[in-house]
Write a protein of this length. Sequence first.
Length: 300
Amino acid sequence: MGKKIKVLMVDDEERFRSTTSKILERKGYEVSMAGNGEEALSILKKNPHDVVILDVKMPGMSGEEVLPKIKEIDADIQVIMLTGHGGMESAKKSLVKGAFDYLNKPCDIDLLSAKINDAYNAVHTRTAREKTAAEIMIPIEDYTKVQADSTVKEGIEKLKDSYERFLSTGKIMESGHRAIMVFEGDEVVGVLNMQKLLDAVRPEYLSAPKPSMAESMQFSPMFWSGLFLTQVKKLKNRKIREIMSECPPVVAGDANLMDVVDTMHSEGRRRVIVKENGKVIGVIREQELFYEISKIILEA
């Protein structure tokens, strides 16, 4: 680990703080202990620490009261709230007062260790300010938009016009896209992308869940010449709502980028919608995240 990270464990449960401190010491941290907020502040004034593990509910000063006083002593001390009395309102208050994270007991020791390392690195490997979702999104005004009752032909015409416009302005690498945002009135209801177009081109019987289908069509592919053409021609007059994918998940304009990454991952989607005050303001695709990843790595 190199330099030992100095951790102050603040908890009124003697057995818990003692046991946790010993485990953290075995993991290579230099650990001090305090049984209440007043004791913690006294220790920090005399002996600087890197990270404080702070319980919320303690005799005397609560963790929420101690937190801003720790920041007054040294703004660079990172505070991880670790409590068995957690709640959304308490977490929000801790965020506003400068906590690095808010974890509930029981907490896996490897997770706690990882959070301690993250807290330390947040101060000692500072980089440029991280952007928000709104700062990397494609503004909705720049995106191809159609109504759900439009035909596929109308959608593709709009997408083609959009592509040529971006190409002519030299912005294709930054803003070009191959998907259509589908609206119903002012609300996004879905996305028409290449995968959905390909799915719609395939005859329905190819996806029929019939055990005998594979055997019945064993020799059919050699007779498919011209099938693509006829299927595409049938597709052009279908309503976009019939073949679009569902509406992408939503993130707030001020969402951090890890929130965007986690939303995409957990939802299994390649893009998210960005909203502000209930209104759609943009779209973030995997590409925008890749551009941001590449900038951070190459400029480091």
